[in-house]
Ligand binder design. Structure first.
Ligand SMILES: Nc1ccn([C@@H]2O[C@H](COP(=O)(O)OP(=O)(O)OP(=O)(O)O)[C@@H](O)[C@H]2O)c(=O)n1
Length: 426
């Protein structure tokens, strides 16, 4: 899908609606992004046409009533142009679950603006007349770089608790201030953030932590007591001024924009605390807990935990045996481990140089750094081994022996596999 094509398509949709006598405008995030001269990820349209009128106009085969209960119809533009959401101006009636309106009533553009979250997200724009419609003071707040709830902030957050995380995201990513009453209301409602699904919390955190201002986001989450609610593991570091300051600086110095590294940096001290507090056999338990709670993907979960297991080793690479270091450097996530190591070293003013050493070893010739494996699964099958759970264990053991230069040929590797094959578990 091509964003420029989606933008043009959304203008065509607006033109079609206007030609049929309806009011139709860009709404919300894309208007904000346009005024900030930032690229938009989607172009939402708001109109006074009812959902049925929208479907009649664009045809049943080109429209989907995906959000019909809220008055939202998706108009399909094909593979290249993507799709545009067309929402009827509405007023939301009641939010008993703290996330979504119970019922909606179709209304005017002005009323529609009043139901939205922040003034910077509450504007409309007519791309044909090139005219802004601003009923909520969004332009003034954009100019003053301020995130402010529309109307009564307590009411806005009572309606939808996700908006608390959105406030922090907009404020941190744009480096805008968060208006005082809006802050007070978040502090008041922070303990109710749990009505938001784990997936939505994780998705907001991904967006905040992959932005360059990630440390501002974490500091705001902490100050507004949201961190304590959604990420108590990381919040536990905050009480320890030195550790918090190092965590903060390492997040700031992180040059790779990667959610997994940012999470590992936030979890580094909580994991150490967990060991110090008498849990030495489960060093990364706090990380396991949050990955599980937020339903992170397998890749995220595995990588965060791998980074936490090995960050110390990479920062002390000169003191590590070569095969041990080599195994880390040939892993898929090695660049992330180096990125994490550098972020910590920078936060400590380069008091160690292990990561530079490790990185210099990465430029060794491929046959030395990452020699072709002596043995594969198909070699084992050809040699008569029965495929099963033992394969991986044996192949990994063979690989270790190879990297330690104890095995040099496939024949030696097969002999080793035979000697180490556990007949009881095959
Ligand atoms: N919890 C929410 C989510 C959205 N909105 C309104 O719906 C618009 C579109 O929402 P969405 O696409 O989720 O976010 P954007 O503001 O477009 O921001 P981004 O592009 O960063 O996701 C917002 O601008 C805002 O006016 C709202 O009032 N409350």
């Amino acid at each position: 899908m091509n964003l420029e094509a989606t933008r043009t398509f959304s203008i065509e949709v607006i033109q079609t609606l206007q030609s049929a006598g309806f009011q139709a405008l860009w709404a919300g995030g894309c208007v904000r992004d346009l005024l900030l001269r930032k690229p938009s990820k989607d172009f939402d349209v708001a109109t006074d046409a009812t959902p049925d009128q929208v479907r009649d106009l664009f045809g049943f085969d080109r429209t989907l009533p995906i959000g019909a209960s809220f008055g939202v119809i998706t108009v399909q533009g094909g593979k290249r142009r993507g799709q545009v959401e067309v929402a009827t101006f509405r007023t939301d009636l009641g939010y008993s679950d703290g996330r979504r309106p119970d019922e909606v009533r179709f209304s005017s553009a002005e009323e529609d603006a009043q139901r939205r979250d922040f003034t910077i997200n509450g504007m409309f724009y007519d791309p044909i007349q090139e005219k802004i419609l601003d009923y909520v003071g969004g332009q003034r707040d954009l100019k003053n770089r301020l995130v402010r709830s529309i109307g009564n902030p307590y009411k806005r957050f009572e309606e939808d608790k996700l908006r608390m995380l959105r406030a922090v995201r907009f404020s941190s990513t744009f480096a805008f201030d968060l208006e005082l009453q809006t802050q007070h209301a978040i502090r008041e409602y922070a303990r109710h953030i749990h009505v938001v699904s784990a997936e939505r919390i994780a998705s907001e955190m991904r967006r905040m932590l992959t932005n360059d201002h990630r440390m501002i986001a974490v500091r705001m989450l902490r100050d507004l007591t949201l961190l304590h609610e959604i990420f108590p593991e990381a919040d536990s570091t905050v009480g320890h001024a030195l550790r918090w300051s190092e965590t903060y600086h390492s997040l700031q110095r992180l040059t790779l924009s990667d959610f997994r590294i940012a999470m590992a940096l936030l979890l580094r001290y909580p994991c150490q605390n967990s060991v110090l507090n008498g849990n030495p056999l489960k060093p990364i338990q706090p990380a396991e807990r949050v990955c599980d709670r937020w339903k992170l993907t397998n890749d995220e979960t595995k990588t965060i935990q791998w980074l936490l297991r090995h960050e110390y080793t990479i920062r002390h690479a000169e003191q590590v045996t070569w095969p041990k270091l080599q195994r880390l450097l040939i892993a898929d996530s090695a660049p992330l481990l180096l990125g994490m190591g550098y972020a910590i070293q920078r936060a400590r003013d380069y008091s160690t140089s292990g990561v530079e050493y490790a990185e210099s070893r990465m430029s060794l010739p491929e046959e030395e750094l990452n020699p072709l494996p002596l043995l594969s699964g198909s070699n084992l099958i050809q040699a008569g081994f029965k495929p099963g759970p033992q394969f991986q264990r044996v192949l990994e053991a063979v690989r270790d022996q190879q990297l330690e230069k104890r095995l040099h040929t496939t024949e030696e590797a097969l002999a080793f596999a035979r000697a180490n094959w556990d007949l009881d578990h095959s």
